[in-house]
Design a protein around this ligand. Structure first.
Ligand SMILES: C=CC1=C(C)c2cc3[nH]c(cc4nc(cc5[nH]c(cc1n2)c(C)c5CCC(=O)O)C(CCC(=O)O)=C4C)c(C)c3C=C
Ligand SMILES: [Fe+2]
Ligand SMILES: [Fe+2]
Length: 311
């Protein structure tokens, strides 16, 4: 009997400054994340990536020259593999930088596999993230000509252990959390995508509602970060919210990146550096950011439970 393969899926990030432009090219070439007319998508992606790379490289320079997402995802895979044991084989497929889906499949098929589970490291489903990783998987998998059943885990935004992991992590990192206002910050999305039926916003709200059941009476709100380009994205924007809260007299703010499970430019640069500075300028005295879940034991337990229930 073969093993059950588990493919952990994430976005990936540049692992050097030289990788920033090709990483951005891969991202803007993806029709699932950005709808540029197909005929011109690749040349336009090339132009945008060339222009944007300069600014994006500045973020990564400040972060030590790379995104830590790959290391953190590999660590999650390692811990999950140990938790699941030998009947499973866990591999990592990143969408826009190494290890790509093709590399993940090579590694997976070094052994006999009789079932595949697709496990995104995006707790809330969006067709721009999870949907894109699934589509990339099927394109590559089809070419292998293997007749193996595939199970999609679309989201786990409401999984009790995922919620518990956030609750414990908030308490661990901000022991005086009761004095802080909770600002849940999630990656934004173009509003058009939500109007077309993407469940992302509803699922983010559900995650927050379930976390807040453990913190009755704690003042809190949700905002969205990291808008790209000129179209309308989900609001309120995190930076506007920080200014508004400061103006309302909030002095202690805890920012909780509820849609991310590893660190990258959006947390280490945008939340910590950019918005940290903004908060200070606006008079916030305690600006604290809860780390992403990474390999928090309860998060690994959550992933293990999700895999076992789908296996
Ligand atoms: C162009 C449109 C984009 C959409 C739609 C989008 C959705 C989306 N993204 C994440 C998570 C991450 N995005 C990251 C980087 C990043 N994202 C975009 C564009 C869109 N994202 C760009 C251009 C970039 C590169 C950085 C920049 O130039 O600003 C990252 C960080 C990667 C890393 O540093 O390792 C993450 C994580 C989600 C969850 C999401 C929709 C729900
Ligand atoms: Fe993004
Ligand atoms: Fe950003």
């Amino acid at each position: 009997m073969g093993k059950t393969g588990v493919i952990l899926m994430n976005m990936g990030g540049p692992d050097s400054l030289e990788a920033v432009q090709p990483f951005l090219y891969n991202l803007f070439s993806d029709h699932d994340i950005i709808q540029i007319p197909r005929l011109i998508q690749k040349p336009v992606a090339y132009l945008i990536s060339k222009v944007r790379a300069k600014k994006t490289m500045d973020y990564y320079r400040v972060m030590g020259g790379k995104s830590p997402q790959k290391e953190q995802t590999l660590d999650q895979a390692d811990k999950l593999q140990r938790a699941l044991g030998d009947r499973f084989k866990v591999v990592v497929a990143l969408r826009y930088w190494h290890p790509f889906t093709e590399e993940a499949l090579d590694k997976l098929f070094e052994e006999e596999i009789d079932k595949i589970l697709l496990l995104p490291l995006y707790p809330q489903y969006s067709r721009t993230t999870t949907g894109s990783s699934f589509n990339e998987f099927y394109r590559r998998f089809k070419k292998r000509g293997k007749d193996i059943p595939v199970v999609e885990i679309r989201s786990y935004h409401d999984h009790p252990l995922f919620i518990k992991a956030w609750v414990e992590s908030i308490k661990e990192h901000i022991p005086d959390y009761k004095d802080h206002y909770f600002l849940f910050s999630a990656h934004s999305l173009p509003e058009k995508i939500i109007k077309q039926g993407d469940p992302y916003k509803d699922q983010v709200e559900e995650t927050v509602k379930l976390i807040m059941e453990y913190f009755p009476d704690q003042p809190h709100s949700i905002s969205y970060q990291s808008k790209v380009g000129p179209v309308k994205w989900l609001e309120p924007m995190t930076e506007d919210m920080i200014v508004k809260l400061a103006e309302e007299g909030i002095k202690k703010l805890a920012v909780i990146p509820v849609a991310f499970v590893s660190e990258h430019s959006e947390t280490l640069y945008e939340l910590d550096i950019e918005y940290g500075k903004l908060a200070e300028e606006k008079g916030i005295e305690s600006y604290r950011r809860v780390p992403t879940l990474r390999s928090h034991p309860l998060f690994i337990e959550a992933l293990k439970d999700i895999v076992e229930k789908h296996a």
